[in-house]
Design a protein around this ligand. Structure first.
Ligand SMILES: [Ca+2]
Length: 184
């Protein structure tokens, strides 16, 4: 989805054939690593590259918070962290004209009590579907720092935010810039 471009891409770096070649080599070498000799300067250099790749992978894996999702919205009662603890809400960047293909794109997992006056850039004005967990309530605002229009979402799935009116003529698709989520 272009949220997390590979290292070097999207940083203003220009992709030359050389860069591509280097990436390919790194990948091949990573796979063949058991055959490499420790202490060999070439090995050390390659290992450095590999460590860099691992570091980037660490950033990519960072969340929980930023995973990819495809398909149907989960039920309110099914929202849970990987360790089984309660999640307050899940916000998704994409939806679809088909209800069973909403809650797609990147997902932001919101924890109980999470207060976010500034939605991270990757999600700001991009949220198109959301699910609020049982016994929780999500309040959203259309402008940063909790400005503009506001609305409370009760437990349940809201697959297409364009179906929820905002102000006189607007709707909530691609309009959330701040949120607060609480559970009882
Ligand atoms: Ca969107």
């Amino acid at each position: 989805m272009g949220l997390f471009p590979p290292p070097g891409i999207g940083d203003g770096a220009v992709l030359s054939p050389m860069t591509l070649q280097k990436e390919d080599t790194t990948l091949v070498v990573s796979l063949a690593r058991p055959e490499l000799q420790e202490g060999d300067p070439e090995t050390a250099a390659l290992q450095g590259l590999e460590d860099k790749m691992k570091a980037s992978a660490g950033i990519l894996l960072l969340p929980l918070l930023f995973a990819m999702a495809w398909g149907q919205c989960p039920a309110a009662a099914d929202l849970k962290n990987a360790d089984g603890t309660k999640v307050c809400a899940q916000l998704y960047t994409d939806n679809s004209p088909y209800y069973d293909q909403c809650c797609a794109g990147s997902v932001l997992v919101v924890q109980p009590g999470e207060d976010q006056p500034y939605v991270p850039t990757a999600f700001n004005d991009k949220i198109s579907s959301l699910v609020v967990a049982t016994r929780c309530e999500l309040t959203v605002w259309s402008k940063k720092a909790k400005g503009g229009n506001t609305r409370k979402f009760k437990p349940g799935a809201f697959p297409r935010l364009q179906e929820y009116g905002r102000g006189l003529f607007g709707n909530w698709n691609d309009a959330i810039s701040a949120y607060y989520c609480k559970c009882t």
